[in-house]
Design a protein around this ligand. Structure first.
Ligand SMILES: Cc1cc2nc3c(=O)[nH]c(=O)nc-3n(C[C@H](O)[C@H](O)[C@H](O)COP(=O)(O)OP(=O)(O)OC[C@H]3O[C@@H](n4cnc5c(N)ncnc54)[C@H](O)[C@@H]3O)c2cc1C
Length: 435
């Protein structure tokens, strides 16, 4: 067993996303770790729950309204926030290396630094994966960070204004990838364009959309009924669905498909996959799996480096129930954060925690103003059954997932205040958010 993290120096967590921020919050609530020191490192100054990115990308949610400042969160919860970009891990000296930090105007804010750790928890998330498709990197917009979401929003609004003011006939958008992210993005774009048309003289029918998916159906990770419901909802809104079609090339005007078909699209939005984080690529001490992640054992420890753990999208944990790596979702990121905070407490008492287990509760996909669709997994003893949920009740459950995350990182008082603030914003702020 590793030493108790308490005896060996601060606990350094790199990445304040769905996994890292929940873990830091839970850990710093334990007085023993507050005394010892908990440090959160992130390349951004604020946290945004990634499943909300499609709302920011479509101007339906302001970035500022969805963000939690690390500075404020750290002082409220008794840990230290260190802005910086992880570029190396040195297990011999038990230090991490953070790159120079520059201000937007190019001036240096902080020099390259080393930070010592007693235990290191890696939670740096994932990178978008274009599967080396020619032209994808140069001609697509991606949706994996708040900055990328902002770029999609700006491009979408620019296109919508051009159509509204007669500068162009229509706006054509192709979403590459018909998984949860692609379906949610497509539905939200349609919703956003309807909202835009209420303020500007634009016919929303002039926004032409297609979703291209290599599998035979959308949402191939969900039961077929969920796919059918989502497909019907998108078709009803005029979205063309091209399933069983693989993109072989992207250029500045559209997509080439393996079937020989061509799709013209002014906006090309790539949501087709993720891989391990770029941050790990230059770190010699961390052996990476084929998908570029750190392999972890049953206690979420990095198998090759002592006192280093990994959680969330950057960790490859093989589920003993299936023998395969578990999926990369906010649900599992949160379960790993909860588990690891408890495992650290066990270790401090000199005990090895029980292995991490994950029993998914199902998956819900938002269809914007048309509700949501998904499957809820109910368990009785060892038996489990999937129940389909759809429409507005599914949308409520979907919203609850976000609130659960907010309450986990903010606590009940601030979480409730946020519910009220969001309700006020929805009531009084314009639907389309420009920032
Ligand atoms: C558009 C979209 C929609 C999604 N919808 C859903 C959904 O509906 N349900 C669901 O369960 N899952 C969903 N997911 C997946 C889910 O968001 C991720 O599985 C989850 O966020 C992973 O959490 P994480 O903490 O591992 O990574 P992240 O939440 O990505 O956090 C990583 C953090 O690490 C920081 N970081 C990265 N590199 C460095 C570095 N080198 N140095 C310092 N800091 C660094 C980042 O700034 C970030 O704060 C969605 C994902 C996307 C992109």
């Amino acid at each position: 067993m590793d030493r108790s993290p308490e005896q060996t120096g601060p606990i350094v967590v790199v990445g304040g996303g769905a996994a890292g921020l929940e873990f830091v919050t839970r850990l710093s609530r334990q007085p023993r770790y507050r005394r010892q020191g908990v440090v959160l490192v992130d390349r951004s100054l604020g946290h945004i729950w990634k499943p909300r990115l499609h709302e920011i990308a479509t101007a339906m949610q302001s970035q500022a309204g969805a963000e939690n400042s690390f500075v404020g969160h750290a002082s409220a919860n008794g840990y230290r926030f260190e802005p910086g970009v992880l570029i190396d891990v040195d297990p011999a000296s038990r230090e991490i290396v953070l790159d120079h930090l520059f201000a937007p105007d190019g001036t240096m804010v902080l020099p390259r630094r080393r930070i010592g750790y007693g235990a290191l928890v890696l939670a740096v998330g994932s990178e978008e994966n274009d599967f080396d498709t020619p032209g994808a990197r140069a001609h697509c917009l991606f949706l994996n960070t708040p900055e990328q979401a902002g770029r999609i929003r700006d491009a979408l609004l620019a296109g919508a204004f051009r159509v509204a003011r007669g500068q162009q006939q229509e706006l054509s958008v192709a979403v590459i990838g018909g998984g949860a992210t692609g379906v949610e993005l497509a539905a939200e774009i349609k919703h956003a364009m309807d909202a835009f048309a209420r303020h500007e003289p634009m016919d929303p029918g002039r926004v032409r959309m297609a979703v291209v998916e290599a599998s035979e159906r959308l949402l191939s990770a969900n039961p077929p009924e969920v796919s059918e419901y989502a497909a019907a909802s998108l078709r009803e809104r005029g979205v063309e669905l091209l399933t069983g079609e693989r993109v072989t090339l992207v250029d500045e005007a559209g997509l080439q498909l393996a079937s020989g078909r061509r799709i013209e699209a002014q906006l090309r939005l790539w949501t087709a996959g993720i891989r391990g984080p770029a941050a790990f690529e230059g770190i010699a001490a961390l052996p990476r799996s084929r998908s570029g992640r750190v392999q972890v054992d049953a206690q979420l420890r990095c198998q090759a480096v002592p006192d280093v753990y990994a959680i969330g999208d950057c960790a490859e944990w093989t589920d003993p129930a299936t023998g395969r790596p578990a999926p990369y979702t906010a649900q599992i990121a949160s379960a790993q954060a909860r588990y690891l905070a408890k495992a650290f407490a066990e270790q401090a008492r000199g005990r090895l925690a029980q292995p991490f287990r994950f029993e998914g509760a199902g998956a819900i996909v938002s269809l914007a103003d048309r509700g949501a669709a998904g499957n809820l997994t109910l368990r009785v003893g060892r038996r489990s059954r999937d129940h389909l949920i759809q429409g507005l009740s599914a949308r409520w459950l979907y919203a609850l997932l976000y609130r659960r995350h907010e309450f986990a990182i903010l606590g009940w008082r601030r979480g409730l205040a946020r519910v009220l603030a969001d309700w006020l914003e929805e009531t009084y702020e314009p639907t389309i958010k420009l920032h």
